[in-house]
Write a protein that binds this ligand. Sequence first.
Ligand code: FES
Ligand code: FES
Length: 157
Amino acid sequence: MTAFTLSVNGKTHEIDTDPAKPLVYVLRGELGLTGPKIGCALEQCAACAVLVDGEHTLSCNRAASEFEGKQITTIEGLSEDALGAQIQTAFMEENAAQCGYCTPGIVIAVASLLKTNASPDRGQITEALGEHLCRCGSHNRVLRAITSVIEGGANNG
Ligand code: FES
Ligand code: FES
């Protein structure tokens, strides 16, 4: 095994595990960050989404060691960010989750979108969420939560 370093939610971690292990397993198993979920593990559901240098990134199928030197943000770290907290509050107020398994990934996608575009139109929102599967059918509530953030003024710094 080769040790490598990951920067996650503003903290640096020495990771001593198989460097080929996909990032989401390291986040969950080595660092105890269970916000990113494992759904398909085939880059087909987006439950595992995190931000990498601010970009929406799937974490289930790429080696954790590939992310050395990058800034990784999980849903746990996003709650310390003004926009992230605003989105999470809107999701709670709109009850925009049922089982909640897809929700961390969706919140990551919304944060990624609103950080670069504080007032996206419906098509842009749909495109940003296009790869996020929700088996519970919470889509309408998710859209209501996003609309409420946009109408309230997305705090994207
Ligand atoms: S778990 Fe990563 S895309 Fe499904
Ligand atoms: S709320 Fe259950 S999968 Fe989306």
